[in-house]
Design a protein around this ligand. Structure first.
Ligand SMILES: NC(=O)c1ccc[n+]([C@@H]2O[C@H](COP(=O)([O-])OP(=O)(O)OC[C@H]3O[C@@H](n4cnc5c(N)ncnc54)[C@H](O)[C@@H]3O)[C@@H](O)[C@H]2O)c1
Length: 269
């Protein structure tokens, strides 16, 4: 695993779930970490928990909503000033908003865009400006989703934002490449988190059944991908989307009672 000692890493939406695991992984790898969450108290508790776990205060909490662009800029400026640099920005905060297309409201749509798209875009922008000012060939990671690849029932608006995030990585990579800054997206598949377990207590078993690797994803799977893309070894990888889904997007679930067809079973040959 790469050593991130002395590096400054910011992760949004990190009070729990994937973002929390990202903070943990980078802090364990030696980085200074800014742990952001819209719920300020949760950010504080999560940072305290990580600092206790690693035995040193390397994680700083920041309570702000990523749809508030001024607050995001202030957070990034404060963290970079305290650490004297900014190396990695992970725009992870995103809301998953289910709803049938025919019933979906403009209010829900606007909120989704404000968090998932405006939040990611301007977090990346503020981070990139800071990296450029400090002469740092940094890393920007954006959190997309398999629902930005495969169309999924009742996730139309969410899926649109996640597909856009993959293109965000491509377009920002073109503009930031000259500074040595890489921009990539990570697309988690079904990943076991507090939220997904709350939505479906049988989440793990249900997703194991339709995933080629026969396991649901863990937050550690996503953190491993992030550590690699943020490492010096990944300097030539930019504008890409790394799907971490156990192969779910390679296929589509088939009915459970589909018979095992013998080889050469075609009747018309
Ligand atoms: N869990 C999955 O299976 C899965 C799959 C694909 C993609 N994703 C994506 O990964 C990211 C993290 O997912 P998760 O399931 O860990 O998240 P989550 O829904 O559990 O939320 C994690 C944290 O983000 C915070 N948050 C929400 N809106 C915010 C905002 N506007 N500003 C700052 N913080 C905010 C919440 O308070 C929460 O503590 C999201 O972008 C999500 O779309 C998750």
């Amino acid at each position: 695993m790469s050593d991130f000692s002395g590096k400054a890493v910011i992760v949004t939406g990190a009070g729990l779930g994937i973002g929390f695991a990202l903070c943990k992984a980078f802090a364990q790898a030696g980085a200074w970490v800014a742990l952001n969450d819209a719920q300020a108290e949760l950010a504080q508790t999560a940072a305290d928990q990580l600092n206790t776990g690693i035995g040193t205060a390397r994680v700083s909490p920041y309570g702000c909503d990523v749809s508030d662009t001024a607050a995001v800029r202030a957070m990034i400026e404060d963290f970079a000033a305290r650490r004297g640099r900014l190396d990695v920005v992970i725009a992870n905060a995103g809301i998953t908003n289910y709803g049938a297309f025919l019933d979906y409201t403009p209010e829900a749509f606007d909120r989704l865009l404000a968090v998932n798209l405006r939040g990611s875009y301007f977090t990346a922008q503020a981070g990139a400006k800071m990296m450029i000012a400090g002469g740092v060939a940094g890393r920007i990671l954006l959190t997309s989703s398999v629902t930005g690849i495969a169309a999924y029932q009742h996730l139309s608006a969410y899926g649109i934002t996640k597909a856009a995030i993959q293109h965000m990585a491509r377009t920002l990579a073109v503009e930031l490449g000259a500074y040595g800054i890489t921009v990539n997206a990570i697309s988690p598949g079904a990943t076991i988190t507090e939220r997904t377990l709350l939505d479906d207590p049988n989440y793990e078993a249900n997703w194991q059944a339709v995933t080629p690797t026969r396991r649901a994803g863990t937050v550690e799977d996503i953190a491993a991908a992030a550590l690699f893309l943020a490492s010096p070894e990944a300097r030539q990888i930019t504008g890409q989307n790394l799907t971490v889904d156990g192969g779910w997007t390679l296929t589509s679930p088939i009915p459970e009672d589909t018979p095992d067809l013998p080889e050469f079973s075609g009747k018309l040959r």
